[in-house]
Design a protein around this ligand. Sequence first.
Ligand code: FES
Ligand code: FES
Length: 200
Amino acid sequence: MVGEANVPMLPAAPSVVWSASVNGRTEEVLAPSNAILLDVLRDRVGQLGVKRGCDLGTCGCCAVLIDGEPRLSCMTLAGDVAGASITTVEGLADGHHLAPIQSCFAEYGGSQCGFCTPGFLVAAQALLNKTTNPSDEDIAEAIEGNLCRCTGYQPIIDSIKAAAEVLRGEADRVEPRTHPHADPHPAGQDEPNLPPGHAR
Ligand code: FES
Ligand code: FES
């Protein structure tokens, strides 16, 4: 009888200490032993730049670098990457200074609503870490796992090409004209006591 069905509850996974280097900082947090990396990064470590899009491995919003390689954090068990070096979109900037890929996305329209942008930035940075002279095919391959509903992709490709030019030294560092996203200290020193975007 339906009313007598007795489905045994599975015991919750025990919490364990999870530790890794996240954006250059050693993080140690308690998390279920079967936790997904996306959840640990957002809910335990507080890196909210890692976006939850599909949770199915199809949109690329949750991409992070793990030991330099782009991986989907929604498809990664946190326990499998304990001890690794993880870079989220928050870790791409150099302190208060945007990375060229970030400046170029802002300048060339690679980001519109912005939800997909962290994943694209991470995928693009992984490519640019390997080569500053990517071909069109290299760029297409690097971002093939990332979906964007806004830009039509061409501005994203233009942004990546522009960042490659900056990294090759063939173009000046791009400073977005759009206030308030402009780098407040394009050539100056970091001001560690102020949050990004707040100049004296
Ligand atoms: S949330 Fe991970 S691929 Fe979509
Ligand atoms: S900028 Fe909106 S989904 Fe890509």
